[in-house]
Design a protein around this ligand. Structure first.
Ligand code: NDP
Length: 327
């Protein structure tokens, strides 16, 4: 049986992505087969589609770091035909073939059954970026959120958009930092009560501490933005470091940690254990306003994926992009 997938090939270090017909025999090893419904476009997919960061070592390769779908066959007792599942992380789409494909074959340990109230489309509107935001919010809560607004950087992107919505639904006052002032209305609709210009935070900090502006932070940007934000945290507040859209450097001092008890929490959605994922999906089901989720989501077909990789790396993609792989 043939099926369609985005196939990455490499020739003399240049990577090309195009939609191709594949057959079942080409799928990798795995004890669960899934008819994929949706996948998504994440920052890491942008890197993979453009051959950046040597995330993929073996070509030809099917990218797509997450997907939702329906189990079509399973030799693992935890899954049967017809189960609705979601997969994020575990280096699927990097070292194992991923979700930009009508079919996938994976290890049962990597899957989570979708909660009853979460559709396959909702699951991917959330996707890796949204799950990361939820893990970040839970990490902030585990360490205690201060009384000042919670800051979200890289606000108009995928992690940022879902993060703003979740924080606001959980009752926090949210400040959104963006380099795209034209997205202010969009960010306010998601639940932000304050918009902060990206430049205000991306300058290196002027000293080791500054006024206490933030009760918590979900940071998708890193680099000087993260260094700057660390100096503005309330006493005992936490920064959940999720991403590096601005760069992977971190030039800071120990002072925010010593004199303000600031916590720097690393968020990893890729290898995060099953129990944490399962509870994150249950809380997503409880908190997400499906209408707002759909407003932040653009649905595209498989053919559009190759060109979108460069768009997300250029910071031009707003909110979440879901790939309807059957389209
Ligand atoms: P998006 O591209 O959707 O969002 C990133 C946002 O960051 C952009 O929309 C833009 O926001 C801002 N931005 C982009 N370039 C720059 C820049 N040069 N300087 C400052 N800000 C910039 O990506 P995602 O939301 O999918 O991912 C965000 C980050 O999180 C990535 O680094 C990604 O790799 C990481 N990530 C980490 C995960 C984990 O498990 N830790 C999981 C998922 C993602 P605006 O226009 O509002 O300024």
């Amino acid at each position: 049986m043939t099926f369609r997938a985005v196939l990455l090939t490499q020739e003399e270090k240049a990577v090309t992505a195009e939609v191709a017909d594949l057959d079942d025999g080409q799928l990798p090893e795995g004890n669960v087969s899934v008819e994929v419904s949706y996948s998504t476009l994440n920052y890491k997919d942008g890197m993979i589609l453009n051959g950046i960061g040597r995330l993929v070592r073996d070509y030809p390769h099917v990218p797509g770091i997450d997907f939702s779908g329906v189990v079509s066959a399973s030799s693992d007792p935890r899954y049967s035909e017809g189960d609705r599942v979601v997969l994020t992380g575990w280096r699927v789409g990097e070292v194992h073939w991923g979700g930009y494909s009508e079919k996938a074959r994976v290890n049962a340990d990597w899957l989570v059954k979708l909660p009853e109230g979460v559709s396959e489309l909702d699951a991917m509107a959330v996707g890796t970026a949204g799950l990361t935001s939820m893990l970040a919010m839970q990490a902030l809560e585990d360490h205690g959120v201060g009384s000042a607004p919670v800051l979200v950087t890289g606000a108009a992107g995928g992690v940022g958009s879902v993060g703003i919505h979740l924080l606001s639904r959980a009752g926090y006052e949210v400040a959104a930092s963006t380099g795209r002032p034209e997205t202010s209305d969009y960010l306010t609709n998601l639940g932000a009560s304050q918009i902060v210009a990206r430049d205000e935070l991306s300058e290196p900090p002027s000293g080791p501490l500054s006024s206490e502006r933030w009760g918590g932070c979900i940071d998708a940007v890193g680099d000087t933005t993260l260094a700057h934000v660390l100096t503005e945290m309330q006493y005992g507040a936490s920064v959940a470091a999720c991403g590096l859209a601005g760069g992977n450097a971190l030039d800071t001092t120990v002072i925010p940690f010593l004199l303000r008890g600031v916590n720097l929490l690393g968020i990893d959605s890729v290898m995060c254990p099953f129990e944490k994922r399962e509870s994150a999906w249950a809380r997503l089901d409880e908190l997400l306003d499906r209408e707002v989720l759909s407003e932040m989501t653009t649905v595209v077909g498989l053919e559009e994926v190759p060109a979108l990789g460069s768009e997300i790396l250029a910071g031009k993609v707003k909110g979440r992009t879901v790939v309807d792989v059957r389209n």
